[in-house]
Design a protein around this ligand. Structure first.
Ligand SMILES: [Zn+2]
Length: 432
């Protein structure tokens, strides 16, 4: 099998532009970014030291206020958008830079992290040329890259006239419900934009940074399984049956054996079963009561589902549904429900061309080419909501490892690298 088309395209650009130069203004932009590098790291540390798990609205707002102050000094008009109280989310920060020149840009970041208040992961832990911490690369590193890129443009007078809107969402990791309300403003902004640049982490492969032009959907499923509660000595008998837990195991194993295909993933993230079970959505906590000598009556599984196109999603749902509703073990029954949170963002030619501009800016600055990332290698993100309305790319953020895990970290040098690239890209797109 040859290399996928997105790899070939980026390589061709590299060869054609290896010797290009930066203009005087662009050189001053690069210098302005570099001069700020120690201060940029301090800004990152300050914002990372505030826990902003999605379910901690005070923390999310505090990070938002910090970034808002930065945007205010850069000449943006900022406002906070509150969400309905029932949504239990912090809301979003919006910034607008009015102008009349060049392409209209939408820049995307998020304030929340997957690390909720009780997380045992240290907020900020320096490790040589890397930093470990809550949301360092997903995505406060990217947020700071965006702010520092804009600051460098401001310093050299290159922000004048640029038409830029910014949204920092407060609920990217656990989107508020209903989605139509949570993302209404972002979609409206997407409709006004020629390009959307999203600053989620840049996956780095073999020393080459990447950008995304396609992202898989994100959504989920809930599997509910019923068995007959009876003394465990009768398990496997026709009268007592196998119970909810064995049936859950059968279904999950069949998913793994029968539904896997390229670009499609589904992950059972939480399984609980027993005599009585319950789940609290606001704390993402399940509880189960049961005894080892009683056949389980109830079991549930919360899982996710990610696909690259609507057709692939439909195919997966049909296969999973068939497994759940046929061949049930004796004495059991099961149902499954699905929901789609982030729509899939399939690759487009316009997106590929935007990455070419980005890659050229990076090479002109001596920072190497940018490859297009295989969409199977990243999760879902906010850019997908605006993708149907504008040309979006993602991955302009920091380089790190282990996003969403206890070991999430960040390559410190990727802040400066990302800010230089983003500043040059924004500069070139917003020229008259
Ligand atoms: Zn993220």
């Amino acid at each position: 099998m040859g290399k996928p088309w997105w790899v070939l395209a980026a390589t061709a650009v590299f060869a054609a532009n290896a010797l290009a130069q930066l203009s005087d203004t662009e050189q001053r932009i690069v210098a302005a970014v570099k001069q700020r590098s120690p201060a940029a790291l301090q800004l990152l540390e300050k914002s990372v030291r505030i826990n902003s798990g999605t379910l901690n609205p005070e923390g999310v707002r505090a990070v938002g206020e910090m970034y808002r102050a930065e945007l205010d000094t850069l000449g943006f008009t900022t406002r906070w958008i509150d969400m309905p109280p029932a949504m239990k989310r912090a809301g979003h920060l919006v910034g607008v830079h009015a102008g009349n020149a060049g392409k209209r840009l939408l820049l995307l970041g998020h304030l929340d992290t997957v690390f909720e208040k009780g997380s045992g992961v240290p907020l900020w832990e320096e490790r040589g040329d890397r930093v470990r911490g809550q949301g360092v690369s997903d995505m406060k590193g990217g947020d700071v890259i965006m702010i520092e890129a804009l600051r460098a443009l401001k310093v050299v007078g290159a922000l004048d006239g640029a038409r830029i809107e910014i949204m920092f969402t407060g609920d990217e990791e656990r989107t508020g419900s209903p989605l139509e309300t949570a993302r209404a403003e972002m979609i409206a902004m997407g409709k006004r934009a020629d390009y959307a640049l999203s600053f989620e982490g840049s996956n780095r492969h073999d020393g080459v940074d990447t950008a995304s032009i396609a992202r898989r959907s994100s959504g989920g499923w809930v599997l509910r399984v019923k068995g007959k509660p009876a003394h465990s000595m009768g398990v496997f008998s026709a009268q007592s049956g196998y119970g909810a837990v064995y049936e859950t195991a059968r279904i999950l194993n069949a998913f793994r054996e029968q539904v896997i295909e390229p670009s499609l993933t589904f992950n059972p993230g939480l399984v609980f079963g027993g005599t009585n079970v319950s789940y609290a959505d606001d704390t993402a906590t399940a509880s189960a009561f049961g005894k080892s000598n009683v056949i389980a009556r109830d079991a549930q599984v919360l899982g996710d589902l990610r696909y690259l196109s609507p057709e692939q999603g439909e195919r997966a749902r049909q296969k999973m549904q068939a497994i759940v509703s046929s061949n049930n073990l004796p004495g059991t029954s099961a149902t499954i429900t699905f929901r789609e949170n982030y729509p899939p963002m399939p690759p487009t030619e316009a997106g590929r061309q935007l990455v070419e501009i980005y890659s050229k800016a990076s090479q002109d600055a001596g920072l190497g080419r940018i490859d297009i990332l295989d969409p199977a290698l990243r999760g879902a993100g906010d850019v997908q909501f605006v993708a149907p309305h504008t040309v979006g790319i993602d991955g302009l953020g920091a380089a790190g490892r282990g996003a969403h895990t206890d070991d999430e970290d960040l390559e410190v040098a990727s802040i400066e690298r990302g800010a230089i690239r983003a500043a040059l890209l924004i500069y070139r797109l917003t020229r008259p």
